[in-house]
Design a protein around this ligand. Structure first.
Ligand code: IPM
Ligand code: MG
Length: 355
């Protein structure tokens, strides 16, 4: 199969980790007889430096014409003083909305061999954490009207959701649950927010189409607490944009594998954007230290969700597990005093392990 992949390395460690993911995709291409054509695009700080804006129309257009987008990470202290619409993060938001990627899948998965890295007690993590956070990505307070009074004496961000926006993300969550343990927890703040009351009503309606899936509702403050109190109760969590942002950071941390977790942003078609959930870690950029696994696993998700290449995706995922089980570690997942390998070597180990 021939596929055109837009590659946005971004800032900080972006280029280090993207390089390993691209080489891993090349290995897949040669093992399985595919042809991947990579088109490199600039976004975030790199784009600000080159074009003066975090995302140009041309870049968005090219991303739109690709079969999928692979992204490293954007942002860094160099651009922290830019005003709101010129910040590197704007590139992410522009890509998400410009590509219609309303559904963000963020798996919080614990690797058995890395269990020690979790800050939770082993009595709480039981057999291991495996939660799928389904975050709404193109609506809510992130995209509602933003206002700053002319004298800067007040500001507001509008949180708005339509029935259609809630309905389509709820269906993605129930679809995901059908392939997992068939439980959906919908997280909202329906005791306070009107958007949350509508959210609850629509999710309850959608649940009727999935009689095999158990649905429960939880307030977001309680959900934040339950994630550390009893994470094993969760299978799929579906929630609005900002709650999902916050809870997915929390969920990733309790797995202890922040450098290992991938994400997929999907729309109604096949095109998606795939990126690690961690940031651009500018302090370790270019030093061959960063863990490339989250990005390599994001590439695997691309093969699965956008290209229907399940066997190829599994080949990567199994290789990652084998490498971890064999004891290879980058510094972020190594125990104190334990030896570790660099970004490139980790990429190579994974590619060697692939059959
Ligand atoms: C994320 C990030 C982004 C978000 C930022 C960088 C805009 O935190 O992908 O979770 O808030 O969505
Ligand atoms: Mg975030």
């Amino acid at each position: 199969m021939k596929k055109h992949i837009a590659v946005i390395a971004g800032d900080g460690i972006g280029p280090d980790i993207i390089n390993e993911a691209v080489q891993t995709l090349e290995k897949v291409a040669s093992l399985y007889g595919h042809e991947f054509e990579f088109e490199y695009l600039l976004a975030g700080g790199a784009s600000i430096d080159e074009y003066g804006v975090p995302l140009t129309d041309e870049t968005l257009e090219r991303a739109r014409s690709a079969d999928s987008v692979l992204l490293g990470a954007v942002g860094g202290p160099k651009w922290d003083k830019m005003e709101g619409k010129l910040r590197p993060e704007k590139a992410l938001l522009g890509l998400r909305s410009g590509l219609g990627l309303f559904c963000n899948l963020r798996p919080a998965l614990m690797y058995k061999a890395l269990e020690d890295a979790s800050p939770l007690k082993s009595s709480i993590i039981g057999d291991g954490i495996d939660i799928m956070i389904v975050r709404e990505l193109t609506g809510g307070i992130y995209f509602g009207e933003k206002t700053l009074a002319s004298d800067s004496s007040w500001a507001s961000d509008l949180m708005k959701y339509s029935v259609e926006e809630i309905d389509r993300i709820a269906r993605k969550a129930f679809d995901a649950a059908m392939k997992r343990r068939r439980k959906v927890t919908s997280v909202d703040k329906a005791n306070v927010l009107e958007t949350s009351r509508l959210w609850r009503k629509v999710v309850t309606e959608v649940a009727k189409d999935y009689p095999e899936v158990e649905l429960n509702h939880m307030y977001v403050d309680n959900a934040a607490m339950q994630l550390v109190r009893n994470p094993m109760q969760f299978d799929v969590i579906v929630t609005e944009n900002m709650f999902g942002d916050i809870l997915s950071d929390e969920a990733s941390m309790i797995t202890g594998s922040i450098g290992m977790l991938s994400s997929a942003s999907l729309g109604s078609g096949r095109r998606g954007m795939y990126e690690p959930i961690h940031g651009s870690a500018p302090d370790i950029a270019g030093k061959d230290i960063a863990n490339p696994i989250a990005t390599i696993l994001s590439a695997a998700s691309m093969l699965r969700y956008s290209f229907d290449m399940d066997a190829e995706a599994e080949a990567i995922e199994n290789a990652v597990e084998d490498v971890i089980n064999a004891g290879w570690r980058t510094f972020d997942i190594a125990r104190d005093g334990e030896g570790h390998i660099g970004t490139k070597e980790m990429g190579e180990k994974i590619r060697e392990m692939m059959k």
